[in-house]
Ligand binder design. Structure first.
Ligand SMILES: Cc1cc2nc3c(=O)[nH]c(=O)nc-3n(C[C@H](O)[C@H](O)[C@H](O)COP(=O)(O)OP(=O)(O)OC[C@H]3O[C@@H](n4cnc5c(N)ncnc54)[C@H](O)[C@@H]3O)c2cc1C
Length: 309
């Protein structure tokens, strides 16, 4: 939603997903990857990496008691997750670039969706606010104007998001709803009378990268000093002009290309794969997280054997 606000401000030509992004985009992607032979290992926490002392390459990813061997690896986790992994990983601690990540920071995010008992006119569909307390910035969005499924609603449905919201996260759902309504009432006084019929509160601790002055030098690039370990995510340095979800997607594609380069460009792409190679760029439906990485290795390995994927 915050991205929507920025785009609205810039009069950007944006395509809005009709329906839930998970249902319309991510789940079909996962299905198509499974169909193409990718295996997902759920609920595995990466704790360390095995290093081949002769080559300096990563030879396996350690998940507690289990080790997954592979030819190439992509780490696609957020800053706070990688910080935890660095703390538990002697392999990553051996490299300054990963120690630098410990100097980065994240912020807490809170998302609140409210269904009211009446229609309150909200002059602008996307709104950004600050100054209500010292540290928290927040946005609110008129979902009746944005989402197809809310357009016909006779009452107001809105979503508010709070950034750097550490103290708000500690409150109960009821306290949060009361606070959001009091903040809204300061912006549009009709909310004072409106009653909240239904609410959803979602807490995202340490979920967003804090891009503070001086943090750039601590951020990782797509390639690392381990020749076969690559990075993807919305905080990874790229020369592409994207950010947030789009940046995660772009750096994921870049990482996939780096894997192909590393493996010698031997990836053979079949028609049904959903991945298309043109001009050295993979243009396809890839959201790379760690579980996917293990699958990607399997795809690459099959391709190296000359199998169509
Ligand atoms: C409330 C909220 C609203 C947002 N709204 C927008 C928006 O409107 N538009 C937009 O572009 N962006 C938005 N963002 C930002 C967007 O969610 C991120 O930019 C994007 O998810 C980053 O993708 P990623 O793949 O880099 O990381 P993530 O999506 O964080 O993926 C990391 C993955 O790693 C997995 N993982 C974590 N720990 C481990 C471990 N130890 N081992 C293995 N796997 C692990 C996680 O399960 C997860 O699947 C929003 C974020 C929040 C919190």
């Amino acid at each position: 939603m915050s991205i929507f606000f920025v785009l609205v401000q810039q009069n950007f030509d944006v395509v809005w997903c009709r329906g839930k992004v998970e249902e319309k985009i991510f789940w079909p992607w996962l299905e198509s990857m499974k169909v193409n032979g990718l295996k997902f290992r759920d609920n595995k926490m990466v704790t360390d990496f095995m290093v081949n002392e002769d080559t300096g390459c990563i030879s396996g990813v350690v998940c507690g008691q289990e080790i997954y061997e592979a030819d190439a690896f992509i780490l696609a986790v957020g800053v706070s997750t990688l910080q935890s992994t660095v703390i538990s990983s002697s392999a990553l601690q051996s490299r300054q670039e990963f120690l630098n990540v410990l100097s980065l920071d994240t912020i807490d995010v809170l998302s609140v969706k409210l269904w009211f008992d009446r229609k309150v006119e909200i002059p602008k569909k996307a709104n950004v606010c600050s100054g209500f307390d010292d540290s928290t910035g927040w946005t609110f969005f008129d979902l009746n104007s944005i989402y197809d499924e809310c357009k016909e609603e006779s009452a107001t449905v809105l979503e508010a998001e709070f950034y750097n919201a550490t103290w708000v996260l500690l409150l109960s759902d009821e306290q949060i709803v009361a606070k959001v309504v009091s903040y809204l009432s300061m912006c549009i006084k009709e909310f004072q009378e409106a009653i909240v019929l239904q609410h959803t509160v979602a807490r995202f601790p340490k979920s967003a990268t804090h891009f503070f002055p001086g943090s750039y030098k601590y951020m990782l690039w797509g390639s690392t000093t381990f020749p076969n370990l690559f990075m993807a995510g919305d905080w990874i340095v790229t020369r592409h002009g994207s950010w947030s979800q789009e940046k995660a997607y772009v750096t994921g594609l870049e990482a996939a290309n780096r894997v192909i380069d590393y493996l010698g460009g031997l990836l053979v792409v079949g028609n049904e794969s959903g991945i298309v190679l043109h001009d050295g760029i993979i243009d396809g439906l890839l959201h790379l997280d760690l579980e996917t990485t293990i699958g990607l290795q399997a795809v690459a390995a099959r391709a190296m054997e000359g199998l169509e994927i």
